[in-house]
Structure formats: C-alpha cells, structure tokens
Design a protein around this ligand. Sequence first.
Ligand code: ADP
Ligand code: MG
Length: 268
Amino acid sequence: MTATIPHAAPLAATSERPMVEAVEVHKRFGNLEVLKGITMSVDRGQVVCLLGPSGSGKSTFLRCINHLEQIDAGMIRVDGETVGYRERNGKLYELREREVATQRRKVGMVFQRFNLFPHMTALENVIEAPVQVARRSKADAREQAQRLLAQVGLAEKADTYPAQLSGGQQQRVAIARALAMEPEVMLFDEPTSALDPELVGDVLDVMRGLAESGMTMIVVTHEIGFAREVGDVAVFMDGGVVVEAGDPAQVLGDPTEERTRSFLSKVL
Ligand code: ADP
Ligand code: MG
C-alpha cells in the first residue's frame, strides 16, 4: 500500500527533529471516530502530560504511536521514522511485521495494569525481551537488569515473583522491563491509576527520576501535581481532539478553555 505524505516538509537537522511528531492523526473504530486530527510534537528530552476525560482517545493515541493500532489518516514519526511505513521518493510503503517490531523497540510502554509474567521473577521479567528479542547475552542482560532494578528502587527484589510484590513494586518492575530495551521514548498510560494511594508516590518518583535523566516521555495521567512539577507541556484532550496545550502551570492552573476548566474541577 502507498499513500502520500501529508504536510511533507524537509526533515530538520537531527538535533532539532522532534522525537515524536503527530500530524492530523485520525483513527476510527467502525463508525466511531476516536481521534479527529491530533497534531502534537514532542522534543527529545521533553515530558508531555496528556489529560482528558475517559473515552477522549488518550490510550488510542499512545497505541498509535507504538503501532499497536494503525491510523486511518495523518502521520506519526518517531525519531524521524514514519510509524508503520518507510518513506522512499515521497511515497510511503507499509512495513512488514518484522520491520514494525524493530521500529517498536524505540518506544517503551507502561500500562495501567503491569502485565508482568507471573511465573518469572522480577529479574527474569526484565531480561526476557533483551534476551529473546534483542538477542543479548544472558550475562549482559542480567547485569543491566540489576542496574535497572536498582534505578527503580528494587535491587533487593530481583529474585521475587510478581505475586509477592505490591502493585507499586510491580509497576516499577514494569518500568525497568520497558527500559531494558533501551527505548528512545517512554509512553505511560495511567501508570498509577490502579494503585492504592500510598503506593502512587514511589512510582511517580521513579518517573520523575527518569524525566530528570533526560528521557522523552508521554504520560497519560490524572496526577495534576506530577504534571505541573515534571511536565514540560500539558495537553488536554476531549472527544478526540486537542482542546488546549501548553505550559502546565497555565493549562492546569489557569486554563483558557471551558472544557479544560470543567474537567479539572472534577479531578482536583
Ligand atoms: P481514553 O484512554 O481517553 O479513556 P480510549 O482511547 O481508551 O480513551 O477510547 C476512546 C474511545 O474509543 C472509547 O469510546 C472506546 O470505547 C473506543 N475504543 C477504544 N478501543 C477500541 C477498540 N479496539 N474497538 C472499538 N472501540 C474502541
Ligand atoms: Mg485510557
């Protein structure tokens, strides 16, 4: 399949090129148009917090970035590469599944539910993809996993099974597991929504550390405090469109749009 490239502009120099670039992204499920032209640009090292009511298309948008969903129109680039396609002579050619998998390695994803493999220890969960998918040596992968588990505050839990870990600890293992593939950008989909309130802080602290280390992050969250402190940009989505985006202090503290105000009054 080929398609023309919308808004085809010459790529900027590597240092200026956005890490994630979405242009007029449309996505429908049957008759339901879930994304109605999402345009967004995330620079290397930036943290973008995505907020909006349930059903506004936040998860779908993240899944499109990772090519877990195919978009109907528009385009998404990650680190300059068009997601799901290769560009040649101004035309787009659909990638094969194996090429999609390679592309996907640039993007780490953490979900609301941690989805750890229950029959594997924390360390085994972290080394699984590096060994099986990236074909790293077990020794290398173990060394890296120990380092990542230490980074998320779980050095002592390497040999523990998920069932023996709290939800917050499991989520931190899930973050370490995503980092093990050395992604260029991390997507978080309501990573603390399923956690007991007393466990939320530790997970947010890990994410804050990751942001400080320079990781590019798109975070769907209702944690307004986190968005204001850690976010470089806040984006408010509703009904499949970006309603308002900008400095978190402004968007979350003094929004321009009535829809943003109304949403914030409900979550605060
Ligand atoms: P949010 O994450 O903002 O709550 P979602 O992206 O999960 O929103 O969902 C947006 C809309 O798309 C919802 O109406 C949801 O029911 C619908 N939707 C999501 N995934 C699918 C799917 N695979 N098939 C059909 N409808 C879907
Ligand atoms: Mg969602």
